[in-house]
Design a protein around this ligand. Structure first.
Ligand code: SAM
Ligand code: DTB
Ligand code: SF4
Length: 337
């Protein structure tokens, strides 16, 4: 089991290493646990867009933002399955579905369950991100066969309350607990470049790396600044607050060292990242990306750009990780207790 007793000072020391030393350490850890030439391909679909009552300062889908994103209803099961088939045919391994909800209502659950079952039957790993869950809802998703649940802690506990006021970090951790207890794999990460300090980035990784079990997937998003959101507008007014590329790569490297077995996903923000920065992220231990032209509402790098980058770097798509690996193991250990 990887260590979960990290202290903040140790993580700060990793951040402060000479860049070449940090990358060497991260790359060495990466090679012990993963193939350095393989990257997991995941596809995202927004199954319910906009109109969210939460006030996350980065998000275009909040009713508190003036971003121009139109609210939609939950998509039909057939339409979702069509998009999943396209993703599978384009070589994606995991289909991640997001809903702009504070939490799903119980009346939404039958449709969500049908979607999970349908996507899974196509041979794709399934991931959902629907906001906060009750223990019962987590069980329903587990029974439907959901492989992963994405629920980000987003930043340090200290910075969290500056970015969001309608829920707490503790609420987030509660949902992660329900997901773990239902034996669904955990996907949890956050956003870098929201104007937070390095100490916040230390606190962010510390929170994830000291969970009882590390998340199986750790998405590291670079803020996509959206006009009309609090943080998007703040960055437009104070361009110096924008994160430096090297500091972003450092964050990926430290996440890799502190959570050696997790898949570290280079998530939002790749569209405006240079090939060289992305290459450094892969060297630092990122081994998963979102494919396609769109994330949930924001643009993504796109398949042509990714094919060109993979060809240049000699990277290939990771094939066939056994879904529910960690969850199945956890369920067995819970049953044995
Ligand atoms: N409503 C659900 C929730 O908050 O968990 C699911 C959808 S929410 C859009 C999923 C994640 O997307 C957020 O936790 C955040 O990390 C990321 N995200 C949202 N807007 C972003 C932006 N503008 N730039 C980067 N990441 C963003
Ligand atoms: C995650 O950490 N990143 C994805 C996924 N989980 C759901 C979402 C990125 C959203 C980027 C902004 C948008 O598309 O609106
Ligand atoms: Fe809603 Fe999720 Fe956006 Fe926050 S991040 S406003 S919870 S959709």
């Amino acid at each position: 089991m990887p260590r979960t007793d990290w202290i903040r000072d140790e993580i700060a020391e990793l951040f402060a290493l000479p860049f070449t030393e940090l990358l060497f350490q991260a790359s060495s850890v990466h090679r012990e646990h993963h193939r350095p030439d393989e990257v997991q391909l995941c596809t995202l679909l927004s199954i319910k867009t906009g109109g969210c009552e939460e006030d996350c300062g980065y998000c275009s889908q909040s009713v508190h933002a003036d971003s121009g994103v139109k609210a939609t209803k939950l998509m039909d099961v057939r339409a979702v399955l069509q998009r999943a088939a396209q993703a599978r045919d384009a070589g994606s391994q995991r289909f991640c579905m997001g809903a702009a909800w504070r939490n799903p209502k119980d009346r939404d659950m039958p449709k969500i369950v049908e979607i999970v079952k349908g996507v899974r039957e196509m041979g794709l790993e399934t991931c959902m991100t629907l906001g906060m869950l009750t223990p019962q809802q987590a069980e329903q998703l587990a029974d439907a066969g959901l492989d992963y649940y994405n629920h980000n802690i987003d930043s340090s506990p200290e910075y969290y309350e500056r970015a969001i006021s309608t829920r707490t970090m503790q609420d987030r951790l509660e949902t992660l607990k329900h997901v773990r207890e239902a034996a669904i794999n955990v996907c949890s990460g956050g956003i870098v470049g929201m104007g937070e300090t390095r100490a916040d980035r230390v606190g962010f990784i510390h929170t994830l790396a000291t969970l009882e079990r590390h998340p199986e997937s750790v998405p590291v998003n670079a803020l996509v600044p959206v006009k009309g959101t609090v943080l998007g507008d703040m960055l437009a007014d104070t361009p110096l607050a924008k994160i430096d590329d090297i500091e972003f790569v450092r964050t990926v490297a430290v996440a890799r060292i502190c959570m050696p077995q997790s898949m570290v996903r280079l998530s939002a923000g790749r569209e405006s990242m240079s090939e060289a920065t992305q290459a450094l992220c892969f060297l630092a231990g990122a081994n998963s990306i979102f494919t396609g032209d769109t994330l949930l509402t924001a643009p993504n790098a796109g398949d042509d750009a990714d094919a060109a980058l993979f060809a240049k770097l000699g990277l290939k798509a990771l094939q066939g990780v056994e879904p529910m690996r960690a969850g199945a193991c956890h369920k067995a250990s819970v049953a044995a207790e």
